[in-house]
Ligand binder design. Structure first.
Ligand code: AMP
Ligand code: ZN
Ligand code: FE
Ligand code: FE
Length: 282
């Protein structure tokens, strides 16, 4: 069984429509995939239809951008949650609204030094999509400022850049509680990805576990080997489900579908906990 539980479509910052993404998953011989767009479930219906068509199992999901009170970024994957749960919906709506004004502000700052307008950025955002720095990166690529998203993130779009603006994001403990309240399965995404910025300290892991966290994304290209060992030990001690995934973004990132996989027994445990929505499985 080839199971990949972390992918993005153009409903957030992936480059393929949900239907194209599912077709690519079939091409990559995945048996089961999860669609986990940032702060949005708007791609579920289209993905589900394509999953039926291509015979690919689909676990509906989402990736919530969170931030601790110390300003550390935490990404929380969730699976099988009720997409209409009012508390969760309110948080992601608030985050998506904040992402929009934040992107506008970043473009304003960037436009002082680079040939970039809001319309240029908007050209790269699908209608209703969750906007993020990757869309700004795409406009910078089109303007010839950088060669690709990776170069943009390594230079003018890093969180240390003078053009960087932060946005509202829920606290990870609160997000874990909301996901559980919505019948979903919360899994800490790329928890030790040091190259992305500061990593959450152990007390954040323990607070999230106490709040109802159910899993850790151990096998992800951004988790270094020592970090994965630490995660495996933590999972053994606390009973966390361990997952492995690609974090595929279409042409937006080098990550390939199926480059990391999740064990069928881990998927079984996720399916056992998720009560907010139904997966599509063969
Ligand atoms: P934002 O949500 O606006 O803070 O942007 C963060 C998103 O950009 C993450 O979801 C990543 O998938 C994406 N990202 C981060 N680093 C890179 C990179 N080096 N190349 C392409 N995309 C990236
Ligand atoms: Zn992304
Ligand atoms: Fe992430
Ligand atoms: Fe992701």
């Amino acid at each position: 069984m080839r199971i990949d539980l972390h992918t993005h479509s153009n409903i957030s910052d992936g480059t393929q429509t949900p239907a194209e993404l599912v077709a690519a998953a079939a091409q990559a011989r995945l048996d089961v995939m999860a669609l986990t767009d940032h702060d949005s479930t708007a791609g579920w219906a289209e993905a589900l239809e394509a999953a039926h068509e291509h015979g690919v199992g689909l676990v509906p999901g989402m990736e919530i951008s969170c931030k601790t009170d110390r300003g550390v970024s935490v990404h929380l994957l969730c699976y099988l949650q009720d997409p209409a749960h009012p508390g969760l919906l309110e948080e992601i709506t608030k985050a998506r609204t904040a992402r929009l004004s934040r992107a506008e502000r970043m473009v304003e700052l960037l436009s002082e030094d680079y040939p970039l307008s809001w319309a240029d950025v908007n050209d790269h955002v699908a209608p209703g999509a969750t906007i993020g720095r990757p869309h700004i990166a795409d406009a910078l690529v089109a303007a010839g400022v950088v060669a690709d998203r990776s170069e943009a993130f390594a230079s003018i779009l890093t969180s240390r850049s003078r053009y960087f603006v932060s946005h509202y994001a829920p606290d990870p403990v609160q997000a874990v509680e909301l996901v559980r309240a919505a019948g979903g399965v919360p899994v800490f995404a790329h928890p030790v990805a040091a190259a992305r910025g500061r990593v959450a300290p152990p007390e954040v892991f323990h607070d999230m576990i106490d709040a109802g966290l159910l899993g850790l994304e151990v096998d992800h290209r951004d988790n270094p080997p020592e970090g994965r060992e630490w995660l495996r030990k933590l999972a053994a001690e606390t009973g966390m489900i361990m997952t492995g995934s690609s974090d595929y973004h279409g042409a937006g990132k080098p990550n390939l579908l199926g480059e990391n996989l999740t064990d069928p027994s881990a998927l079984e445990r996720i399916l056992g906990h998720g009560t907010g929505t139904k997966p599509f499985l063969q």
